[in-house]
Ligand binder design. Structure first.
Ligand SMILES: Nc1ncnc2c1ncn2[C@@H]1O[C@H](COP(=O)(O)OP(=O)(O)OP(=O)(O)O)[C@@H](O)[C@H]1O
Ligand SMILES: [Mg+2]
Length: 271
């Protein structure tokens, strides 16, 4: 898998990315690369900046500083790059439209029709391309059904097909399997892996399942406080390294719980 690709030029390069919400610094000079054909996982405690980093890359947040370069082209601040697509834990499909229409929507940017697809019949060639994308994710036979009728795992694969119809070269995934059962998770992770291996996409996925990260990605990035704390080949990431990412959050929780129980002990004494 990815080892061959690691020497290749980065398809996605993030450098010195900074983002604050009010006084709170959320990304503090984040830098990493993803090569074509590579799957990279982002691990980190809640609030460590994983989603914000991907949202900056896809243009949903405007970074305060740093650069985002896709296939050698550096984005203007806050600019959405047409070849970067993202899938989310909460799958954003239009449930009453057909599966095929939802995939066709990936082509809207290219067609210059960003908001007007509610009344749109997509051109034949777009439909043909969308069919091929659906076939790629194993759902061509469901094209005519309403998207809302599919299972969560199938809907996530439709969202991936929409990204393919966008002709994405970089696929970002924010907790793509957090709402899926183990079998569907496995299917979606296999799909992401094969999009890197067979189609040369650069894939970056936020996961809360270290074991899936190890099994399916070439490298694992550890985030804490909006900074990279490690960037290692998956095989080299130990349980201890992973545990250290979540320890501060656990310690904070334990501290809060023991403060709470001390407080309730005090309350009992007063009573
Ligand atoms: N739009 C916003 N306005 C204000 N604060 C925000 C906003 N978006 C994110 N944050 C804050 O930025 C920090 C990082 O959030 P982010 O969603 O990137 O974390 P995360 O690593 O994805 O966490 P999780 O594992 O819970 O999804 C958090 O403290 C969050 O509250
Ligand atoms: Mg998040």
């Amino acid at each position: 898998m990815g080892a061959d690709h690691l020497s290749g030029a980065a398809m996605l390069r993030i450098d010195g990315l900074r983002k604050a919400f009010g006084e709170k610094t959320v990304l503090d000079g984040l830098a990493f690369e993803v090569a074509s054909g590579e799957v990279v996982s982002l691990l980190g405690a809640n609030g460590s900046g994983k989603s914000t980093s991907l949202r900056c890359v896809v243009g949903l947040e405007r970074p305060d500083g740093g650069t985002i370069t896709v296939d050698g082209v550096t984005a203007k601040p806050g600019e959405a790059m047409p070849t970067v697509a993202m899938v989310f834990q909460k799958i954003h499909l239009v449930p009453r439209r057909s599966v095929l229409d939802n995939v066709c929507a990936g082509a809207l940017g290219r067609l210059g029709l960003s908001r007007s697809w509610s009344v749109l019949a997509f051109p034949r060639e777009v439909q043909a391309e969308a069919m091929a994308c659906l076939d790629r994710v194993g759902l061509a036979d469901r094209a005519r059904e309403k998207a809302g009728r599919l299972s969560g795992g199938q809907q996530q694969r439709v969202a991936v097909a929409r990204a393919l119809c966008q002709r994405a070269t970089v696929l970002l995934a924010d907790e793509p399997v957090s709402a899926l059962d183990p079998a569907a998770s496995e299917q979606v992770m296999n799909l992401l892996r094969s999009l890197a291996d067979d189609d040369g996409l650069a894939v970056a996925a936020v996961l809360h399942q270290p074991n899936l990260a190890r099994r399916f990605s070439d490298r694992i990035l550890g985030l804490a406080g909006g900074r990279l704390v490690f960037d290692s080949r998956s095989a080299e990431v130990t349980d201890e390294t992973v545990a250290s990412l979540y320890r501060p959050a656990l310690e904070a929780l334990e501290a809060a719980e023991s403060a709470e129980s001390a407080e309730s002990a005090e309350m009992r004494e007063y009573a």
